[in-house]
Design a protein around this ligand. Structure first.
Ligand code: M6R
Length: 369
């Protein structure tokens, strides 16, 4: 049932082109416009949405963070991301104009379920982004947008994460389409680009031998840092979480801009740091800012493991290793930049002889508070 792979995680990493493709399937008409009849919330109600709160835990919450950047950019609707277990106990500001979007692979995470119930009591409309048909969270929500990643068995989430991000994009683009005008035009263009991503993930998966090699040489590493900016920031945190879960290595993800506000003190000779570099076409000159960050930490002796787009030569002088990902538009990059980090954690865990699919102390779905 592992389809020829040694572990479920490896299988699921390799199923990601399909997970993303299936999650996009059937959600556009012949003209490329989004059709989300399944949402069952009237269009007028969705047009009235004044703010969005995303509730989720762990990896699903990182998908929510990616969604915040994308949905705000495409719709100009304010989006907040709350860890579900915090949301419920902080007297959240939620009303009838609030759309509460939960994200959960299992649909059974107790913290997320309780957050959804609480949001409904407060009068919010609730949409579940979920991978498991008939599970509890979709049943307790007004509407559901299923991710079609297929069953995820490994405790560490991989293909469900990419499918969650994809579903969030679809929802954001749909809301943009409802807004009409230039929002709708932009939505169509992004959707067309999104359709090309599965093939790009496929190509990327075939090019990661060097990442595996790097991981195997790092079995004794005690700490790894991950830096990212904008949508690369949640990717950095996801990379760190994968390494904690799978290889029991202390790992931390930072927003690259925070470096000088504290974390740079951790940099000492030999310290491995992954840097998720935004594409050169990212607005506000963020690419150049992250390249300067790489330069700064390299000057202090860090070992820089740089994830950058094909053709981005600016990173080369400051990188100990360059891991290339195919080009896509800045907002869609997490669907690609996450993949090498998953493979890195998988390989490092394997090199340490650990149980990849069943890491210690963890359960696939956390059904207690
Ligand atoms: O089933 P859910 O998506 O609600 O699960 C949420 C988290 O428990 C889950 O993503 C967890 O962080 C994973 N172990 C990450 O790999």
């Amino acid at each position: 049932e592992k389809g020829g792979y040694d572990t479920f995680m490896e299988k699921e990493i390799n199923e990601q082109p399909r997970a993303v493709g299936e999650t996009l399937l059937g959600r556009t008409d012949e003209s490329g416009a989004l059709v989300l009849d399944e949402l069952r919330i009237p269009e007028e109600a969705l047009r009235r949405v004044g703010r969005i709160t995303i509730v989720a835990c762990g990896t699903a919450a990182y998908a929510g963070m990616v969604a915040k950047y994308a949905i705000e950019r495409w719709t100009r609707i304010p989006v907040e991301v709350a860890l579900a277990h915090e949301f419920r106990y902080c007297d959240p500001i939620v009303d009838e104009q609030t759309l509460v979007v939960s994200i959960s692979q299992s649909g059974e995470t107790m913290d997320t379920l309780m957050a959804v119930k609480h949001a409904r009591e407060l009068g919010a409309q609730t949409i579940a982004i979920c991978n498991t048909h008939g599970s509890t969270i979709p049943r307790e929500s007004d509407a559901v947008l299923y991710t079609h990643a297929g069953p995820e068995v490994a405790v560490a989430s991989t293909k469900a994460f990419l499918a969650q991000i994809t579903a969030c994009y679809v929802l954001g683009l749909y809301l943009a389409q409802l807004r009409g005008g230039s929002y709708a035009d932009d939505a169509k263009a992004v959707m067309a680009e999104l359709q090309e991503v599965p093939a790009k993930i496929e190509a990327l998966l075939g090019s990661l031998d060097r990442v595996r090699e790097i991981a195997r040489f790092m079995a004794d590493t005690r700490a790894v840092l991950f830096l990212g900016r904008q949508v690369g920031f949640p990717v950095a945190m996801e990379g760190a979480l994968k390494l904690k879960e799978l290889a029991y290595i202390h790992a931390e993800g930072f927003a690259a801009g925070e470096l000088k506000h504290g974390p740079i003190a951790l940099i000492e000779p030999g310290q491995p740091v992954f840097i998720v570099v935004p594409g050169p076409d990212t607005p506000h000159g963020l690419h150049g800012k992250v390249v300067s960050n790489i330069q700064e930490i390299r000057a202090r002796g860090a070992r820089t493991l740089v994830i950058a787009q094909e053709g981005d030569d600016a990173v080369v002088p400051f990188a100990d290793e360059v891991i290339r990902v195919p080009r896509t538009s800045p907002m869609l990059q997490p669907l690609l930049t996450t993949v090498p980090l998953q493979v890195f954690a998988l390989e490092l865990s394997t090199a340490k002889g650990l149980d990849v699919d069943q890491p210690r102390n963890l359960a696939k779905s956390v059904t207690v508070e």
